[in-house]
Design a protein around this ligand. Structure first.
Ligand code: ATP
Ligand code: MG
Length: 274
């Protein structure tokens, strides 16, 4: 059976543990993102593991101290839906986004994506500190899938949106965090992704730029794009997202309409420990 059968698009792709079971019949409308029993583990204290212990674990195929950053997470996201991902520090939000964008591969389960994704995950990711702002626009746009010609065509709009014309020929290492965000956001939205993933980075922008970003995000939503948004600003998530997913210790605690999920998240006591 074709593993992408449930996501009928030339751009559909699929990542996951090789032995996972296959998808069910296609729902209507077909989801743009599907997590099917996704788990991601890390080895606790891996950097301190003795060579002998590491070798034994490798020889016997056992991993002691395995820690689940995500455990058995399943959900589907319909096209043109915005998803807020909430949870305490260390709950697995960035891990979920990394699995969705293909930066990380799940240890179990399957992630299916239909369309292109642009991700704003960590400030400076996809940028080089010694290159100028202009050179970084070219670099970042090509990493996100734009051709050189497409980037030239968009270049002036990217710089104008960023408000960084005066600094565009300065090296990126001289930029403040807010200026890096401006450049990264301006490139990501011009790439015209089907799915835009934003992990917290908007918080470093000033009020004026955050408002511009939010207006741009609303425009993207209206044009049928999908948004996945991690932020600790719950009021903003309520405003931007119809759906929400609450993670606790790597497990999906609740998934549904954002008002209901965020109400429940706010009402719940914080987890006893991270
Ligand atoms: N590369 C890694 N190696 C080991 N552990 C990791 C790694 N990446 C994440 N983790 C662990 O996985 C858990 C989930 O991390 P994650 O970054 O997804 O949390 P988060 O919900 O995004 O938290 P925050 O709100 O602080 O950004 C954490 O306990 C973290 O220590
Ligand atoms: Mg995070």
């Amino acid at each position: 059976m074709n593993p992408n059968a449930a996501l009928p698009s030339a751009a559909a792709h699929d990542r996951g543990a090789p032995a996972a079971t296959q998808a069910r019949a296609a729902p209507v409308p077909a989801p743009v993102l599907r997590f099917d029993k996704v788990s991601k583990t890390y080895a606790h204290g891996a950097s301190r593991t003795l060579l002998r212990r590491g070798l034994m674990a490798w020889l016997t195929g056992t991993r002691s101290d395995v820690f689940y950053a995500l455990r058995n997470v399943s959900f589907e996201l319909s096209p043109a839906t915005s998803l807020a991902v909430v949870g305490a520090n260390g709950a697995g939000k960035s891990t979920l986004l990394r699995c969705a964008t293909g930066i990380s591969t799940p240890d179990a389960g399957r992630v299916q994506v239909r369309g292109t994704i642009a991700a704003l995950m960590e400030l400076g990711a996809g940028f080089h500190p010694d290159l100028t702002g202009a050179e970084n626009v070219m670099l970042n746009a090509s990493l996100l899938g734009l051709t050189r010609q497409q980037t030239y065509a968009q270049f002036d709009r990217i710089v104008e949106f960023s408000g960084l014309a005066k600094f565009i020929d300065e090296p990126l290492r001289t930029y403040s965090s807010g200026m890096v965000l401006r450049l990264a956001f301006s490139v990501a939205v011009r790439v015209d992704p089907d799915i835009l993933v934003i992990d917290e980075v908007l918080a470093v922008g000033d009020t004026e730029f955050q408002e511009k970003c939010i207006a741009e995000i609303i425009g993207l939503k209206q044009s049928g794009k999908t948004l996945i948004f991690v932020a600790h600003q719950l009021a903003l998530l309520r405003q931007l997202c119809e759906q929400a997913l609450w993670l606790e210790h790597g497990e999906l605690k609740m998934f549904g309409p954002s008002a209901e999920v965020i109400d429940a998240y706010e009402a719940a006591p914080p987890p006893a420990s991270l």
